[in-house]
Write a protein that binds this ligand. Structure first.
Ligand code: UD1
Ligand code: MG
Length: 453
């Protein structure tokens, strides 16, 4: 057995089986992150490893996603969609660098783990030319079937080319393959397209390996780890598997989930200690929830940082870019975007706070709106510490409310308010004594008023 140190990883992430969508397949999200990003995070990295990602033509967004997560990745464009082997060979230059091992994976199997990738290389060290990742599918429809004879892997048959008998086989190809680097390019170059779809099928590597008198072996794993996403139904199934995992991890980490099956998390959600999440909460990407915070029911949160002991919801919507200080409160029917609340701020009811900075312990009354958009550009609202914003105020940005300032209810504030000043912007109230009685008489001609309908 020789030490095998160098590794080339090729990730086929071009346009495979269609999802009936304008979005490239591998950019569809599971748990708030693209399919591709899940695979990239599990893929081997480190010294001696080089990563090549194959993208479809006009897929700059896929390339950008690959580079975002793995700046070390080289990217290759597969100009035509001619099958998985054709996709892999788009990275010929990377394969030809002749690493000890070549690991191939697909961008549409987001649940794969780093451990499984590592496990795939072991048979190569023992002399196999090819290791194929297999799994038992509850419903094998659509997957390539592993044909085993006398305990040995002899071929993989794609659904479209399989006989009725072969279609009953439940041992399937997960799409991950590990090649001995010495033979990899030679094997891949022998793959033809003589099948019902006229595509270059990576799975044909198995027969070629056998014909060369070399060995191909199967490494098995569980179905949940290798679900391939070809349809929206499979995307939803993968989401279910991922959510179950994330909920369990959150519970194991000490988060209180009152009804875990109703809470949706993102793969990157971060929790402090003693966080409570009530039923029916959706947490999208980029959310951190610090110690002791409580997220009440029906809240929807993305890209926000929630401070210690903060209370959110019920029915709060946090759009991207919020930072909520310690002990702050964001109550029902409050929407926030790119807003910073310092410690102890209260926005308890029916408000929109966008592009704003709110100083410590300020109180934002019900129905307060930051008018941050003039139809052309966004503007900022700054509210000083301890300020009191009366109910139903409109703060027309750009505007600054000084610390300790007081805004009378119903005001439309268009000018800056100095520290500790009081600003009231309303028309004077008029009182007409007996006016209501006179109005009723006028309307009824002195008859008894009908009750409202
Ligand atoms: C493939 C396997 C099948 C396996 C299944 C596991 C082949 C021929 N079939 O089928 O045996 O059970 O995965 O999920 O290998 N891609 C490209 N360019 C192409 C074609 C595909 O980049 O020309 C990429 C896609 O982005 C996708 C991956 O390769 O991520 C797999 O392609 P897909 O069309 O999904 O193959 P399946 O039919 O799922
Ligand atoms: Mg697939």
């Amino acid at each position: 057995m020789t030490a095998r140190s160098s590794l080339t990883v090729v990730l086929a992430a071009g346009e495979g089986t269609r999802m009936r969508s304008a979005l490239p397949k591998v950019l569809h999200p599971v748990a708030g992150q693209s399919l591709l990003s899940h695979v990239l995070q599990a893929a081997p990295q480190g010294q001696g490893t080089s990563l090549a990602v194959v993208v479809g033509p006009d897929h700059a967004a896929v390339e950008a996603e690959a580079k975002r997560l793995r700046p070390d990745a080289s990217t290759f464009v597969q100009r035509e969609r001619l099958g998985t082997a054709h996709a892999v060979l788009a990275a010929r230059e990377a394969i030809a660098r002749g690493a000890d091992d070549l690991l191939i994976a697909f961008g549409d199997t987001p649940l794969i783990s780093a451990e499984t990738f590592a496990r795939m290389r072991a048979p190569l060290a023992k002399g196999a030319a090819l290791a194929v990742l297999g799994f038992r599918a509850a419903d094998p429809t659509g997957y390539g079937r592993l044909l085993i004879e006398n305990g040995k892997l002899v071929a993989i048959r794609e659904q479209a080319d399989a006989s009725a008998e072969e279609r009953r086989i439940t041992l399937c190809n997960a799409g991950v393959m590990a090649f001995d680097g010495r033979h990899a390019l030679q094997i891949l170059d022998k793959i033809g397209n003589a099948n019902s779809k006229g595509e270059y099928y990576l799975v044909d590597a198995v027969t070629i390996v056998r014909d060369m008198g070399l060995e191909a072996v199967v490494i098995e794993t569980g179905e949940d780890e290798v679900r391939g996403i070809n349809t929206k139904a499979q995307l939803a199934e993968a989401e279910g598997v991922m959510q179950a995992k994330l909920r369990k991890a959150a519970l194991d980490a000490g988060v209180t989930l009152v009804a875990p099956e109703t809470v949706f998390l993102a793969a990157d959600t971060k929790f402090g200690r003693d966080v409570t999440i009530e039923p029916f909460v959706v947490i999208g990407p980029g959310v951190t929830i610090d110690d002791g915070a409580v997220i009440h029911s029906f809240s929807h949160i993305v890209q926000s940082q929630i401070g210690k002991n903060a209370q959110i919801g019920p029915y709060a919507r946090l759009r991207p870019g919020n930072s909520l200080g310690e002990g702050s409160k964001v109550g029902n029917f409050v929407e926030m975007k790119a807003a910073t609340l310092e410690a102890g701020v209260k926005v308890n009811h029916l408000s929109y706070i966008g592009d704003a900075h709110v100083g410590a312990k300020a109180n934002i009354g019900a129905g307060t709106i930051t008018c941050n958009y003039d139809g052309f550009a966004k503007h900022k609202t700054t509210i000083g510490a301890g300020a009191f914003i009366g109910t139903n105020s409109s703060l027309v940005a750009p505007v600054k409310i000084g610390s300790g300032a007081y805004i009378g209810s119903g005001s439309v504030i268009t000018k800056d308010v100095p520290d500790n000043a009081m600003a009231v912007e309303r028309s004077p109230q008029t009182i007409r004594e007996g006016g209501a009685t006179r109005y009723r008489e006028l309307k009824t001609g002195g008859k008894t008023q009908k009750s409202g309908e």
